[in-house]
Structure formats: C-alpha cells, structure tokens
Ligand binder design. Structure first.
Ligand SMILES: [Zn+2]
Length: 302
C-alpha cells in the first residue's frame, strides 16, 4: 500500500435524495414507506435541473458526486482580504437553495455506531437508498444486529469522529445550533457507520472515497404534514482512507458540515469544506458560512 493510494479523498458530496411531495401522494406513511419514490442519482452529473417542486408529483432530484459548477478549479487560496468571507453553502443541484435543520429539531442527536458496516452495495446506489434502508432497519426490534464491524475500526476511531464533530460545538454559544451524542440510534437525527472500503468507489489515479453523507430534504411545509416522518442523516466513513486519527477527525468535521446543511463545497483549500479537504480544522471562512446558513431562512430542511 503506498501512501499515495489513499492520499486523496474523492468527493463525499453532500448527497441528497430529495423527496418532493404533492398532495395525495403518500410518502413515508405508516406501512407505506416502500412507496416513497426512489431518488435519482447520477454520478458525475451535478448539473441536474432544479426540481419542479410546484408540479412534480413525487419528482426526485438526486445530486451527483461532483458539483462542477462549484469547484471547477483545483482549489483557490484565501487571501487576507477574503479570509473571513463565507462561501455559498446551498445545494448545487437545487439552484443553490439553502438547506439546514430547523431550530425546533435541536439539539440534534448523533449516534456513532460501534464500527458497524451497513450492507455493501455499489457506491452509486448509496445516495438514493441509504437513508431509506437505515430508516427501515430502525423499525425492527434489533435494528443493527445483523451488521458486522468494519475492518480497521477500533473504539479510538469513534473518538476521532466525535472530535471532528465537536469542532462545530462553538456555534452553540452563538445560539445557532445545538447537538449532542446519544446511545439510542432510534432517537438519533444523525447516524454514523463505517466501511473498510466503499464498493466500486476507487477512482482512477489512486483516488478513493473517504466518506459519504446522505440526507433526504423536505420543504418546511412538508414537515407539517401528518404523514411526514423524520428521516435520519447517514454518515459513512472509510476506515481505510481515514486510517490516521487526524484524517478521520478532519473527515468527520467535513461530513458533519454536510450533515448540518453545508451542501456545496468551498472553493478554498483553506476550508474544511473544500471538496478534498486538506485541512483538518474549521477556517474562519467555514465559520462565516455556517453563521450565514443558520441565520437565513432555508428553502429545504432535514
Ligand atoms: Zn464533501
């Protein structure tokens, strides 16, 4: 194994499956969750048209792995002049619409599994299925009893993940968001799993996928409807790509940024939300961005 093989993290784009609902279309109703329309997903195709939420009966937009409109460059460097400027955190495939948690969901509860690995399926299929798969598992008596632990996982890995997530704690003081960790996956808003390697996700040039975050988005109006069910955000980390504690920590900080709603990547290499993050800590630009997001009205929520 050369260091180079794992030196690059390919995208873990804020992958989203958006279930758009129109009147009379059952979605996630009791016993009818299988009728939730399947989300679309096109790899390397981030320029899908925005969803036509007005007319779309069960129309779905999935995001691609790449968001070419956002980071065509190989990464810019911040300058003293723009060091504290936010980037646009919006969802690239939805006209950069803003996405975040609603305040009434706070504090968000995070469950970090003991190294559990979800069923392996081709990477391309994850964004359109993961949230629903885990949601269904959670309805069972022993939700994750069939899962095994990912190779390369140890308890210290979870400490690294938690430390990465903790980087966002500072915004509690500003009243922007609140979160905590739970031992009960059923009550969690964000669930963390692991894999030794994402299936079929090794790219050319020795790149590999380090992590992935999947979420379903809803309009605020949809969350008011009787048949709305809270769906968890699913984060998965490769133990192989993030084999060093600092890498896992940086990866967790990056993915939790996605989980909080920073959907686009930063164009700046200095930021944790740079696509292929090379720093392990939040920058002033990241901080400005989460402030911007949580002070704005979102178009979609989780
Ligand atoms: Zn990312």
């Amino acid at each position: 194994m050369t260091g180079k093989l794992f030196s690059k993290r390919l995208i873990k784009a804020a992958v989203v499956s958006l279930a758009l609902l129109s009147q009379g279309v059952p979605f996630a109703a009791e016993g009818q969750t299988n009728r939730l329309p399947k989300a679309g997903f096109q790899r390397f195709s981030g320029n899908l048209p925005p969803s036509n939420s007005g007319a779309g009966i069960g129309s779905i937009t999935g995001t691609g792995l790449s968001t070419p409109g956002v980071h065509l460059t190989s990464g810019m460097d911040r300058t003293p002049r723009n060091a504290r400027e936010p980037y646009n955190p919006g969802e690239p495939t939805l006209n950069m619409a803003l996405v975040r948690w609603q305040r009434e969901k706070m504090p968000l509860r995070i469950w970090i599994s003991p190294g559990l690995q979800l069923p392996q399926i081709p990477f391309e299929q994850l964004p359109s299925t993961r949230v629903e798969t885990v949601f269904q598992m959670l309805q069972q008596e022993n939700p994750f009893s069939d899962l095994s632990q990912a190779d390369g996982w140890s308890e210290s890995v979870n400490q690294s993940v938690a430390m990465g997530i903790e980087q966002w704690r500072q915004f509690e003081n500003e009243g922007l968001l609140r979160f905590g960790f739970t031992s009960d996956p059923r009550s969690a808003h964000v669930l963390v799993f692991f894999t030794d390697q994402f299936q079929g996700a090794a790219g050319p040039g020795g790149t590999n996928v380090g992590a992935l975050t999947c979420a379903q988005l809803f309009t605020p109006q949809q969350t008011q409807m009787e048949m709305y069910r809270q769906k968890p955000v699913i984060m998965e980390f490769s133990t192989r790509v993030n084999h060093l504690p600092e890498k896992m920590q940086g990866s967790a900080a990056h993915e939790f940024g996605h989980a909080l709603g920073i959907k686009a990547h930063s164009p700046y290499r200095d930021d944790i939300m740079y696509e292929n993050n090379v720093v392990y800590n939040l920058s002033e630009g990241d901080k400005a961005t989460i402030r911007l997001l949580y002070r704005a009205e979102p178009k979609y929520v989780m």
